[in-house]
Design a protein. Structure first.
Length: 377
């Protein structure tokens, strides 16, 4: 467990950060879904059924919850380039238009090359854009995207060299328009980095794999550096719920089969993933595999309702806590606002640098009905 020393250091540092954080504290909750309709080699009818489940059930379940900005939970569908189907992306586009989320880039590849990866990314980004997905850079107008690597193996980080092959992957991603990677944490996979519970810039070494093993923490008043921002979700050790209820259990904020609980949520928030110097803004990136049927009870049933009930009550009282549901793109923009030292309502920075995808432009206010009224909680 190469990350354990960092965990022990970070646990103490996180306690100090929480003690010094001003109130109200803001929680930014994001779900990065490795959304794979073809999972398990499914045929087209099964793929269609899986996507239809999301299009039908997600608004019904999530329509009961709102954050301080008046928005419903917002899902980020990281869709695999190798599973492109126009009808699925159009169906997900209906959720985007309703303000329930956005689509970003996911990729499984093996024994690839830098040139092959760039061609794949460019072609897939063009396809996504043709369906009204992906944001644009406010300054340049260029298409930008968030990324999750299949099999967790960003930058060729599997020790056996499987499931990637590209040692300069961070540079290729940046050149193709990637604004940040959202793959981590990946423990217990060997692809897990030494640095945990962080938002940082990684500098690519094209001569070796796993250049993102460490990096420069994003901080208030700092400058962008390296080749790519890495946005990690919480990695915590829970001292309850393991075997026989006695042994510790690793928790990477997976919303899957076991389901989230209020205790798990509190542990994720206490991981204190933040921009250095802004501990009152807490970023929680959960993840899941939304097209695997055995996860659906957790994602559409009582566990997810309990999670959002806790978020919208304990962490949205308007005095000590304010909750913001965000997509991956919005989370990145708010991170950049913190880096620049911007004050005020952080929810106002959702579109700071990367503008919403075309699918969402007609409803750029998302599903906010009375945002000012919501903020007076």
């Amino acid at each position: 467990m190469i990350w354990l020393p960092a965990y022990l250091r970070r646990d103490w540092a996180g306690a100090r950060e929480r003690a010094g954080a001003r109130e109200p504290r803001h929680v930014f909750f994001c779900v990065a879904d490795h959304f794979e309709p073809r999972w398990g080699g499914a045929d087209l009818d099964v793929e269609r059924g899986r996507v239809a489940q999301w299009a039908q059930k997600y608004p019904r379940v999530m329509g009961d919850f709102r954050d301080v900005d008046g928005r419903h939970p917002r899902h980020t569908f990281f869709y695999p380039a190798e599973e492109y189907r126009a009808e699925h992306l159009d169906r997900l586009g209906e959720l985007v238009e309703q303000g329930f989320g956005e689509v970003e880039v996911h990729l499984h590849h093996d024994r690839d090359t830098s040139e092959g990866l760039r061609r794949t990314l460019d072609a897939f980004n063009e396809r996504l854009r043709s369906h009204g997905h992906l944001g644009t850079d406010r300054a340049s107008g260029r298409t930008r995207f968030g990324f999750v690597h299949g099999n967790w193996t960003l930058d060729n980080s599997d020790p056996m060299g499987r499931w990637c092959g590209v040692n300069d992957e961070l540079r290729v991603l940046r050149a193709a328009g990637c604004y940040a990677d959202f793959t981590l944490p990946s423990a217990p996979s060997a692809a897990q980095t030494r640095r945990i519970n962080s938002i940082y810039y990684a500098d690519d070494d094209p001569e070796r794999p796993k250049s993102h093993d460490d990096g420069v923490e994003v901080r208030v008043g700092g400058e962008p550096s390296g080749d790519l921002m890495i946005v990690q979700g919480p990695l915590v050790v829970r001292w309850w719920g393991g075997k026989l209820g006695l042994l510790p259990r690793l928790d990477t904020a997976n919303l899957g089969r076991a389901g989230a609980t209020p205790a798990r949520l509190r542990a994720w928030i206490n991981a204190s993933v933040c921009v250095a110097g802004r501990p009152e803004w807490v970023f929680v990136k959960a993840h899941t595999h939304g097209c695997i049927e055995w996860n659906w009870d957790a994602l559409f049933g009582d566990p997810i309702r309990r999670l959002h009930t806790t978020l919208t009550t304990e962490y949205n009282d308007g005095r000590r806590w304010r909750l913001h549901y965000v997509t991956a793109r919005e989370m990145y923009n708010i991170v950049k606002a913190a880096e620049r030292g911007l004050d005020g309502e952080p929810g106002d920075y959702r579109d700071l640098d990367i503008l919403p995808p075309p699918r969402a432009e007609a409803t750029a206010a998302g599903n906010v009905t009375h945002p000012q009224e919501a903020r007076t909680l």
